[in-house]
Design a protein around this ligand. Structure first.
Ligand code: 1HE
Length: 265
């Protein structure tokens, strides 16, 4: 496992275990992990490096009781930014989150407490979201006199649909618990979101990396294509992935009846 020497992290903490599962922690709990511009740059650098560092799966977690309070409002207030400056900052958010979503390495978010505003934008760039009883989701941009800038209009709208997203922004509606799962904000609701995220990460880490690469990049890309182009791209990706050497042993095991069957229990 090798990260570039230039990778310097202060607001993120990374550890990688023996199974090549990286745990990335948002590490500004005193500020409820609000995303200042420095943290966004660290996310860009880290998620640029991760796919080539040999990491198999990422668990994204947070220090402190809240996953992420969104845009650093204090920094934003103090900087009193010009429109073009904030536009460029948002483009860096997109750079970071696109690297997460399209990078080909599964990212599993272990959530707790507030997942709000830009924090929800960050969580929605992960491939799987695991919530616990304390987790709640909101888009408080409206009450701050702001608008989303980190991809919520794409990813949150994808998860919950346009009408629910507009409701969240207009009324400050908060989703948690089973309701959050039922509207698509989280896929799992468990007692310990970090333990569950790690359990899921170990399952995914057992797949050939090229298979996970396809799952965690091709599907997102194909959502952006016409159905005709997506079907073509799917065939090309399957041509590469479904003939990989790493799959031979698994196919052989199925053929000789030693592989596990897909059964509900
Ligand atoms: C912050 C931030 C922040 C906390 N920016 N500093 N996001 C929001 O509107 C959510 C704003 N935050 C909150 O509603 C609350 O802080 C929480 C519910 C998340 C947590 O409450 P609590 O009582 O645990 O903490 P706190 O006392 O409010 O804050 C503790 C510290 O964190 C305090 O700093 P301190 O130096 O005074 O101790 C807060 O200032 C700091 N803090 N949240 C900066 N967001 C690309 S566009 C995206 C647009 C958006 O994301 S808008 C949504 C912004």
């Amino acid at each position: 496992m090798r990260f570039p020497d230039s990778l310097k992290l202060e607001n993120l903490a990374v550890t990688v275990d023996d199974d090549a599962i990286a745990t990335v922690a948002l590490n500004r709990p005193d500020k409820r992990n609000a995303l200042d511009s420095a943290t966004v740059e660290e996310l860009v650098s880290l998620f640029t490096a991760l796919p080539r560092a040999g990491v198999k799966v990422v668990v994204l977690r947070a220090e402190g009781p809240h996953f992420c309070a969104g845009l650093d409002l204090v920094e934003h207030f103090k900087e009193d930014r010009e429109p073009a400056d904030f536009m460029h900052l948002c483009l860096r958010w997109h750079e970071a989150f696109n690297k997460m979503e399209y990078g080909g390495v599964p990212v599993i978010a272990a959530l707790r407490g507030a997942v709000v505003g830009g924090g929800l934008e960050l969580a929605s760039a992960a491939h799987i979201r695991v919530a616990d009883a304390s987790t709640y989701f909101a888009l408080p941009e409206g009450q701050r006199g702001l608008f989303t800038g980190g991809g919520a209009t794409i990813r949150v709208a994808d998860l919950v649909g346009k009408a629910r997203m507009i409701d969240m922004m207009l009324t400050g509606r908060i989703y948690k618990g089973e309701e959050a799962v039922s509207v698509g904000l989280a896929q799992y609701l468990v007692e310990d979101s970090e333990a569950k995220a790690m359990e899921l990460a170990r399952i995914a880490a057992g797949h050939p990396p090229l298979t996970n690469f396809a799952i965690c990049s091709a599907i997102s890309h194909m959502q952006n294509m016409s159905a005709l182009d997506a079907a073509y791209a799917e065939a090309v990706v399957a041509g590469v992935v479904n003939t990989q050497k790493a799959a031979r042993g698994r196919l052989e095991a199925f053929a000789n009846k030693t592989a596990a069957r897909v059964r509900p229990e």
